[in-house]
Design a protein around this ligand. Sequence first.
Ligand code: KIV
Ligand code: NA
Length: 275
Amino acid sequence: MKTTTDFMKMKEMNEKVTMVTAYDYPAAKIAEQSGIDMILVGDSLGMVVLGYDSTVPVTLEDMIHHTKAVKRGAPNTFVVVDMPFMTYHLSSQETLKNAARLLQETGADAVKVEGANNVIPMIRSLTEAGVPVMAHLGLTPQSAGVLGGYKVQAKTAEQGLKLTRDAIECQKAGAFAVVLECIPQQITEQVTSQLAIPTIGIGAGVQSDGQVLVYHDLIGYGDYKLAKFVKQYTNVYASIGEALEQYIEEVRTGQFPSEGHSFNLKEEERVALYG
Ligand code: KIV
Ligand code: NA
């Protein structure tokens, strides 16, 4: 399994870090088998798996439940778990308690928190307590209500410089990596060149040290509209739909189950049954 120091080394060596989200056992298993560097149990769980319209309703219990399944599927991959909405803001004591549950009850390797400012002291507390922290700047979905929706962030030089300063603060507080979401690629380049820790981009151009995508977006497992920055590598939603339609048709017409999918009594038992 790769570790936080391996990710730093990868940055030094100019090797891209690959990351994908997963929320259950089969997805984690296939991600590990495919050779991914890191898995994120994102609170995007709320939208792509649980059917909420934001990440805000996702609870600590939800994250624990799904991360346990992910870790069972990918025991040899570095797993990062999102701290859900409002579980790392009230006090550093609450934050530490919640992070401890996330790591101890699931076997996850690190937590991710969104934002800078008041979150910086939390990153420091967590790191000092032995919890590896991934930061997350730019579009921070837990604050979509404050940001006025899901939009490109840091669109001016001034906002870009603020984001760069925030990223440096995250690094100083002990973060081992930082996700940059939905920002102009020129800002990503600036931030990435200023940091010793790797930047993991999503909707942030190719200049980051790594990339992350949401599993369901990447494989086309949903019928929702995709963001501009998503590349859909396949469309399993369509394949699953076709398979289910065929199944329904075959059950209705008696084509399924066939002889090959059925069991038979031995001849003497058949005789006994029919008399
Ligand atoms: O929850 C999530 O999937 C994320 C990624 C988009 C970085 O936070
Ligand atoms: Na998230």
